[in-house]
Design a protein around this ligand. Structure first.
Ligand SMILES: NC(=O)c1ccc[n+]([C@@H]2O[C@H](COP(=O)([O-])OP(=O)(O)OC[C@H]3O[C@@H](n4cnc5c(N)ncnc54)[C@H](O)[C@@H]3O)[C@@H](O)[C@H]2O)c1
Length: 250
C-alpha cells in the first residue's frame, strides 16, 4: 500500500498515537497542537490552536474534550476531520450540534475502526439491518485505574453511558453507537487483574446474519489504555481518503 506522501496534516494531540502516526505516516507536512509543552522532530508546533490553510486533514488523537473544543473551527475551515476520541459523541447535545454543522460544511468526518475489528461488516449492514450489538470489553485492572484481585464487571449498560463514564476506554462503544444508534449497543466492561492486553468481543445480530469478532489487542508501550493497532487503523483511513492508494480494501 502506498503512503501519504502528498498529504499535509494537523495532528491534535502529539501523544502515543500522534507520535506513532508521525513515525509511520510519511506525510508531506505535519503541524501539531498539544496542550503539553513538547517538541518533536519532523513536525511544526502550533503555539495556539488554529487550522493552517494548507492542510488536507486534521487528525484528532488527544481527548474527547479536544474534539468538543476544536470541532467547530475544523468544520468551519472545511477540512476533513479524523476523530479517534469518539467518546465525545456520547454527549447528545454536542453530537446533535456537530452533525447539524457537518451538514453545512465541506468537511468529511473520518472515523477509523480504531481498536475494534468487524466495523466494515457493521457499517455495511447499517442502522436498519442491525438489531442488537453486544460489546464485551475486558481490560487489565490497572489500565482502568483499579487494583483488584479478581475479575469484576465495572460497567454494564448502553454505549452512551459507557463512553460518558469511561471516555478514555470506551471509544469503541461510541464508534459502534454512531453507526447503529447508541441505544442498540449493549456494553459490558470487565476489569481483569490477570490480563496484560485489551480484549473486545463484538457480537452483532442482524436481519441477515449473526457475527462474532474477538480482538486481543496488545497495548501501546507508552499508553496501556490505548491498543497499538489504533494508529495503524487511523493511517489506513487517512490513506483511503487522502492518500495515493490505487487499491482500497475494507
Ligand atoms: N477510537 C479508538 O478505537 C481509540 C483507541 C485508542 C485510543 N483512542 C483515543 O485516542 C486519544 C489519544 O490516545 P493516546 O494513547 O495517543 O493518548 P496520550 O495520552 O498518549 O496522548 C494524548 C495527547 O493529547 C494531548 N491533549 C489532551 N487533551 C488535549 C487538548 N484539549 N488539546 C490539545 N492536546 C491535548 C495530551 O497532552 C497528550 O500529549 C485518546 O482520547 C484515546 O481515548 C481511541
Amino acid at each position: 500500500m502506498q503512503g501519504c506522501g502528498n498529504v499535509r496534516v494537523l495532528i491534535v494531540g502529539m501523544g502515543n498515537i500522534g507520535r506513532t502516526l508521525l513515525e509511520i505516516g510519511e506525510f508531506e507536512k505535519v503541524y501539531f497542537y498539544d496542550t503539553a509543552d513538547i517538541n518533536v522532530r519532523g513536525a511544526i508546533k502550533l503555539a495556539e490552536f488554529f487550522v493552517p490553510e494548507d492542510v488536507d486533514a486534521v487528525v484528532e488523537c488527544a481527548s474527547s474534550e479536544a474534539v468538543k473544543k476544536f470541532s467547530f473551527d475544523i468544520l468551519e475551515a472545511g477540512k476533513d476531520f479524523l476523530v479517534l476520541s469518539t467518546s465525545a459523541f456520547a454527549d447528545r447535545s454536542f453530537r446533535e450540534a456537530f452533525f447539524e454543522r457537518l451538514q453545512r460544511s465541506t468537511s468529511r468526518l473520518i472515523i477509523p475502526s480504531g481498536a475494534v475489528g468487524g466495523l466494515d461488516v457493521v457499517v455495511a449492514l447499517g442502522k436498519d439491518m442491525v438489531e442488537k450489538v453486544l460489546l464485551e470489553t475486558r481490560k487489565p485492572s490497572v489500565s482502568l485505574g483499579m487494583e483488584a484481585s479478581e475479575q469484576r464487571v465495572v460497567f454494564e449498560g448502553n454505549a452512551e453511558n459507557a463512553a460518558l463514564l469511561f471516555p478514555k476506554n470506551m471509544n469503541v462503544a461510541a464508534t459502534l453507537g454512531l453507526v447503529v444508534g447508541f441505544e442498540k449497543v449493549h456494553v459490558r466492561l470487565v476489569a481483569d487483574p490477570w490480563l496484560s492486553y485489551n480484549v473486545h468481543i463484538l457480537t452483532v445480530e442482524s436481519k441477515i446474519g449473526k457475527y462474532r469478532f474477538e480482538m486481543e489487542n496488545f497495548p501501546s508501550p507508552s499508553n496501556p489504555k490505548t491498543s497499538a493497532i489504533t494508529a495503524y487503523s487511523a493511517l489506513k483511513s487517512l490513506k483511503d481518503r487522502c492518500g495515493e492508494s490505487k487499491i482500497l480494501i475494507g
